[in-house]
Design a protein around this ligand. Structure first.
Ligand code: SAM
Length: 362
C-alpha cells in the first residue's frame, strides 16, 4: 500500500492505530477547500504516500508551526527549489496543506478549520502525528533565521517610517477605527441609549456592536439627519425618538448604558435632568457623560449657542453621586484635538447599583 514507507509512519500505520482504509474508504477534506465552498475527495493511500517521505512529513511539521513561502521553505529545508516545489505539490494533492497568494508570493500552511465529521478524522490524526514528531535542531535553527529575517524587515521599515507612521495610519485607515475596536471589549447584548444624538454621529459605532440602540433628540432637523444616516449606513437596530433629556421618551430600566455626549451644557436644568438617566438604566447599568470643562471662550460659547460655560468635573461627579450612581469618576480627555477657541473636554462615568431601585420613577 505504501511503496517506500517512512519507518515511523509505517510503524504507526501497521500498529493498527491508523487502520483507516476500511474505516475510511475515501476522505473528504474540508478546511481550506471548504472555505471556498469546495470539498476534495482524497484516498487514504494518497495521504499515506504523501507522508511516506521524511522530507515531506518534516515539511508538514514545519508548516504546522509556520506559514512559509517556497523560498523560505528552500532555506528551512535546505533543499533545491525544484525539490521543495515537488514535495509541496504532493502534500497539497493529499489535502494536507493549502496555499494562498499574497501579492506575488504563494504562502503554504496547513488548513486550520476542519469539519469535525468522520471523514476528516484521518487527516486530523495524521496532523496530530506529524505535529508530535521532533524536528532536527538544524531545521529549528534555520526556521529561527527565517523568522529573524522577517522581524528585521519589519524593524527596518518602522525605523525608516518613524514619526510619519501616524500620518500613514490615518491616510490608510482614518482616525477612528480604534474606537470601534475598543467597543468590542463590551458585551454585544447591551441596549445603549444615546441621548441628544444630534446627527447620530455615534450611531454607526454603537449600532455596529450593540444589539439595540435607542437614540433621543429634540431637534427635528437633527433627527432627520440622523434618520438619513441610518438609511445610508443601513443600521436597522437603532430606534430614533423625538424627545428631551428632561423627560426621556424611554421606559424605566430599558438601557444598559446611557450616553449624553456634549449635551448637558445645552440643557436648561442639567442637575435635575440626571435623574432621567438614572431612571432609564437597568440595575448595574452605566452612565457616560462627555462635557466641556469650565471655560471663558466667548466666541466659541456664542457660536455654539451653549447654555452653560462648561462644568466643573468634580461637581458633576458629586451630582451623579447624589442621584444614586456609584463608582462615579471623571477624567480629562487628553486626545481631544482642541480647536483654537474650543474648551477642554472630560468624561464622567458611573454605575447604577444592582441592589437598589431608588430613583426609579414613572
Ligand atoms: C453638541 S450636539 C452633540 C450631538 C452628539 N451627541 C454628538 O456627540 O455629536 C448637542 C445635541 O444635544 C441636543 N440637545 C439639546 N438640548 C437637549 C436636551 N434638553 N435633551 C436632549 N438633547 C438635547 C441638541 O439638539 C444637539 O443635537
Amino acid at each position: 500500500m505504501i511503496s517506500t514507507p517512512d519507518p515511523v509512519l509505517a510503524a504507526f500505520f501497521f500498529s493498527g492505530r491508523l487502520d483507516m482504509t476500511t474505516e475510511y474508504p475515501s476522505i473528504r477534506i474540508y478546511g481550506f477547500y471548504g472555505f471556498f465552498g469546495l470539498t476534495m475527495d482524497v484516498q487514504p493511500e494518497t495521504m499515506f504516500k504523501a507522508l511516506a517521505d521524511s522530507t515531506r512529513w518534516r515539511t508538514l511539521g514545519v508548516l504546522q508551526r509556520h506559514e512559509l513561502s517556497v523560498s523560505e521553505l528552500v532555506d528551512v529545508l535546505d533543499q533545491p527549489q525544484s525539490t521543495v516545489s515537488r514535495h509541496l505539490r504532493v502534500l497539497r494533492e493529499a489535502g494536507l496543506i493549502r496555499d494562498r497568494r499574497m501579492g506575488s508570493t504563494r504562502m503554504y500552511s496547513v488548513p486550520t478549520s476542519v469539519d469535525g465529521q468522520n471523514e476528516s478524522n484521518l487527516r486530523s490524526r495524521l496532523m496530530a502525528w506529524s505535529g508530535e514528531q521532533t524536528l532536527p535542531n538544524a531545521l529549528h535553527h534555520r526556521i529561527d533565521v527565517v523568522m529573524e529575517r522577517r522581524r528585521d524587515m519589519s524593524r527596518r521599515f518602522f525605523d525608516r517610517v518613524g514619526t510619519e507612521w501616524d500620518t500613514l495610519r490615518e491616510e490608510s485607515f482614518g482616525g477612528r477605527f480604534h474606537l470601534e475596536a475598543l467597543v468590542a471589549l463590551l458585551p454585544r447584548d447591551w441596549t445603549v441609549a444615546d441621548i441628544g444624538t444630534g446627527t447620530g454621529y455615534l450611531l454607526p459605532t454603537l449600532a455596529g456592536h450593540f444589539r439595540n440602540v435607542l437614540a433621543v433628540e429634540p431637534s427635528e432637523r437633527m433627527l432627520e439627519t440622523a434618520r438619513n444616516r441610518l438609511t445610508y449606513e443601513r443600521l436597522d437596530n437603532v430606534s430614533l425618538h423625538s424627545g428631551d433629556l428632561t423627560h426621556l421618551p424611554l421606559d424605566n430600566l430599558s438601557a444598559d448604558v446611557a450616553i449624553a455626549m456634549l449635551v448637558l451644557h445645552h440643557v436648561p436644568a442639567p442637575r435635575a435632568a440626571l435623574g432621567e438617566l438614572y431612571r432609564i438604566l437597568k440595575p448595574g447599568g452605566s452612565v457616560l457623560l462627555v462635557e466641556q470643562a469650565v471655560h471663558d471662550h466667548e466666541a466659541f460659547h456664542h457660536r455654539m449657542q451653549d447654555r452653560w460655560w462648561g462644568f466643573d468635573a468634580e461637581e458633576l461627579v458629586l451630582w451623579l453621586g447624589e442621584e444614586g450612581f456609584a463608582d462615579v469618576a471623571a477624567h480629562r480627555l487628553s486626545s481631544v484635538e482642541q480647536g483654537d477657541d474650543a474648551p477642554a473636554l472630560f468624561v464622567v462615568t458611573g454605575r447604577k447599583a444592582v441592589d437598589t431601585f431608588a430613583g426609579v420613577g414613572g
